[in-house]
Write a protein that binds this ligand. Sequence first.
Ligand code: FUL
Ligand code: CA
Length: 646
Amino acid sequence: MRKITFIVLSVLFFLIGCGEIDWNNEDVKELLPDIVPSLPSPDNIKIEDGVLTWDSVAGAAGYIVYYGDERKVLDASVTSFTLPSLKGGGSMNVALKAIGNGKDLKDSSVSFYLTYSTDMPFIEESGNTEAPDPLLPIPTESQLKWQKLEQYAFIHFGPNTFRNAEWGEGKPTEGQAFQPTSDVETITTQWADELHARGMKALILTVKHHDGFCLWDTEATDYSVSKEGMYNGNITGSLAPKLQAHGMKLGLYLSPWDRNNWAYLHPEYVDIFTKQTEEITTLFGDIFEVWFDGANETQGWYGGGDYNSIKSQVQDNPYVWFQTLKNNNPTAMFTRTSGELTPGGPTVNKDTYLAEMKAAAIEIIRKNQPDAVVFGDNSGRGIRWVGNEQGWAGRTCWSMGFEEYGSEDGQTWFPAECDMKTRSGWFHSTNSNSTRPYKELVEFWYRSVGRNATLLLNFSPGRDGLIPADSLEEARKMWKQITEDFKTDLLTKENVASVEASNIRGGQETFGPYNLIDDDFDTYWTVNNEVTSGSVTFTFKNPITFDRIVLQEYIALGQRVKSFTVEAQDESGAWKSVELPNMPYNISGDNSNPDETTTIGYKRILRTAETTAKAFRLTINESREPVPFLISELGLYKSYEGSLDE
Ligand code: FUL
Ligand code: CA
């Protein structure tokens, strides 16, 4: 028997021999380690949102919470404790023990210590307590909803599909007009199901392209799916509920230019066009976007030879009314009528005519579909063409102004949409039968969605009415690559040890930097009114490796940022600008230069060199006006290099 045990036992026998044991006697406690059992320490201890919780310990008479320099004794019935607010910064150690009954159960040992740290860096509470004032122009709610769709599909389908045409070229004959070999249900089911599976949040269909053929059952003209001798399938009507079932939105392309209509550029055609607009905005449920294409010509004629000769004749005077053509053959649909232009007839300014006609149609859209945005409408409620059909927005891209780059001085909110093709033409053609590889589609996505624009990706169903399998396969891979690239945000509360911000509006948590990583667009980090630049630094518990930075500006109050900087602290502790390598390849009109750190807007994604960081810093250098900036979200990701197989 070891000596120490011998002594303990002797003392015990002595004490027992003297009568009742005083279990609380310090000498007794001291001497009892092996004999009176201890309670187990509380298990499953967690701190969430400032509340400490644990699993109750059977037999405990209560608990003691140790936090900072303080302690609190709690009843046995309690298994949670609200820690004091750490507003104002700092962190504290927190631990817990279960209290024994003072008889045959000793107190547990003290649990391991947890670090409880604040969501807010230390900052004086001073300055503005209300959200910053908006900086005009700002988006409408519909424009904001539209932008959040990010990526949606385009479908070009119509008579062009059946004769390798893009603009209704060539003389159509009745039989060639429109003859999909699949039934309408098969077609629209494929479109909705397959595009939904590829991450498309909406679909814009050419319900009428420049050839004037209508993909719905229209009362306005005789040239549609439902007329005698035609396909007899209301494609648009069948598509709408299929998209809705997937939570996808429907958009409609209605060409103002109508090459098949004698009345084009005549007053009568305004009635036809507005009637068509009325129909498409009332027949198919909610519409998110209406595309009034910008292409137009000075003649409403159909047919190669005539078209070119008329075009050359009107070149010098493009505002001639085609009265003669109208009189010669008012309703011919598939007939290539020769007509002569009568110079000197009544004239109309084509641009004014089209602008007025579109304005009348926009009125109808506002009435029937108040939530829809109109492509090309720069009244402050529409959206703009990005200025190219190559799938890229500018590295600097304002939601005001025009084309790729927009302008910080633009007076109306006019965000950019990038329309891009998966094949060489908008329409299917048996002559150019290849689809773009997914890597290019991924590139378009980064250069549109990643640059404060949306991506409108076109698919060209074939003569069977179905989107070709090769396009679907590349789009599948594209979407897999993108979803995998952004699967895991590395800038999360779990990974962050501490955060510092140079300024926080009013010193309030509501405007603090944790809003940058809460996955909520509507919460943001912002600063006091007089502050126009500033930085936020996140220090990680363990270094992280990333090659994608995602930034979102709270554009609901206006687009502001015009210059920012991103830096990382390497393992040696040195701070360096995050390296921005060249883009994977040139795109017509864009190039492979590195990304720029200028505008942010709704979403800005930088593809960076692979960077391992102990800490990450975002600095906002300048806004377009001397006003505070508002940043909704900041994310860091590592792109995916694995297999894209199904
Ligand atoms: C252009 C049209 O002329 C093309 O045919 C196509 O519809 C494209 C999306 O817009 O302006
Ligand atoms: Ca947020």
